[in-house]
Design a binder for this molecule. Structure first.
Ligand SMILES: [Mg+2]
Length: 275
C-alpha cells in the first residue's frame, strides 16, 4: 500500500519521536543524522518501495542500503511500523543480544537488506545487487542512502565509475546533503562542492531536491525510473536534527543522548504523544 501527502508527514513525526525515545533509552546513538533522513526513509518505505514484510526475503523486492549505517534508529522505526517486527523491540536498541544493534546487521534484523556502518561501501554493495538483479531478469530497484561526509571515501567514486560502466539504471542513490559530518562542516573538512557536476561528470543522471519534502522525493524517484542506461543520484538538501528546533543544525547532536527534559521537549515539539 502506498501512502501520500499529510499522512506521510504524520508518519515522519512518529518516526522522529521513536528515534528520540530509542536513543534516550539506549543511552547512546546518533539522533541528528537519523533526523535528517526521516523524509527519505518515509518516502521509500511508505510509498516508493515494492516490498512485503510478510515475505521479507522475497527475491524480487526492492532493496535499501543505509550506507550511513549509524542513522539506523530511523530505519528500525520504519521497519517496525511496517510490521517487520514488534514496535516493542524499539526499546531494545543497542542492548546486549537485541536484534537492533548500533549499526544495521542483516543477519539479526528482519527487513535489513545489507549490513552497513563502515562508511563508503553502500553504493558498491548496491551496485552489485543492481547488476545481479539485471542478470536475473528482475525488475526491482536498489536504493542507497549515503551521508555527505562519507562521499569523501574513495570507494564511493570507484562505485560511481563502475555504475556508469554497468549502465545500472536500477540503482538510485540519495545523498543526505546536510553539510555536516561528525567532526565539523563538510566544507571545512574536505569540501564536496560543486557536488552535482561531480556526479554528472561520472555519467550519472542527477537531481537536486529538498530532502524534507516527501512529494518532491517521490517525484524525483519517478523521474529517475524513466532514465535508461544511467544510474541516478538525488542530492537531498537536508538539515541535521530536522524537526526538533533546538537540535537543527547543532552538530553536537551527531552522537548525543537527550536528557529527560530534552526528550520531553522534543516530543512536545513533534505534537506530543499519541492519544
Ligand atoms: Mg552529513
Amino acid at each position: 500500500m502506498t501512502i501520500k501527502g499529510d499522512n506521510l508527514s504524520k508518519i515522519a513525526d512518529e518516526l522522529r519521536k521513536d528515534v528520540m525515545k530509542m536513543v534516550h533509552n539506549a543511552g547512546d546513538g546518533h539522533p541528528g543524522p537519523s533526523l535528517s533522513i526521516v523524509e527519505i526513509i518515509v518516502a521509500l518505505y511508505f510509498n516508493i518501495m515494492n516490498i512485503n514484510p510478510q515475505f521479507a526475503l522475497w527475491e524480487e523486492r526492492d532493496r535499501l542500503i543505509l550506507s550511513k549505517g549509524h542513522a539506523c534508529p530511523v530505519l528500525y522505526s520504519a521497519l517496525a511500523r511496517k510490521g517487520y517486527f514488534d514496535l516493542e523491540k524499539l526499546h531494545s536498541l543497542r542492548k546486549y543480544g537485541s536484534i537492533l544493534q548500533g549499526h544495521p546487521d542483516m543477519k539479526v534484523t528482519p527487513g535489513i537488506d545489507f549490513t552497513s556502518g563502515s562508511l563508503g561501501n553502500g553504493i558498491s554493495i548496491g551496485l552489485g545487487m543492481a547488476v545481479a538483479a539485471k542478470l536475473k531478469g528482475h525488475n526491482n530497484y536498489v536504493y542507497v542512502i549515503t551521508g555527505d561526509g562519507e562521499l569523501q571515501e574513495g570507494i564511493i567514486w570507484e562505485a560511481a565509475m563502475a555504475a556508469t560502466k554497468f549502465q545500472a539504471d536500477n540503482l538510485i542513490v540519495f545523498v543526505d546533503f546536510n553539510k555536516l559530518q561528525s567532526g565539523g562542516t563538510v566544507e571545512e573538512i574536505s569540501a564536496l562542492n560543486p557536488l552535482l557536476p561531480k556526479w554528472k561528470s561520472f555519467g550519472w543522471h542527477c537531481q537536486e531536491v529538498d530532502g524534507h519534502d516527501t512529494a518532491l522525493l517521490i517525484d524525483a524517484v519517478s523521474r529517475a525510473k524513466t532514465v535508461k542506461d544511467q544510474p541516478s543520484v538525488i542530492i537531498c538538501h537536508t538539515i541535521k536534527g530536522k524537526g526538533i528546533s533546538f537540535m537543527e543544525g547543532d552538530n553536537s547532536w551527531h552522537k548525543r543522548v537527550p536528557s529527560d527534559l530534552e526528550l520531553k521537549k522534543a516530543i512536545e515539539l513533534l505534537g506530543g504523544e499519541d492519544k
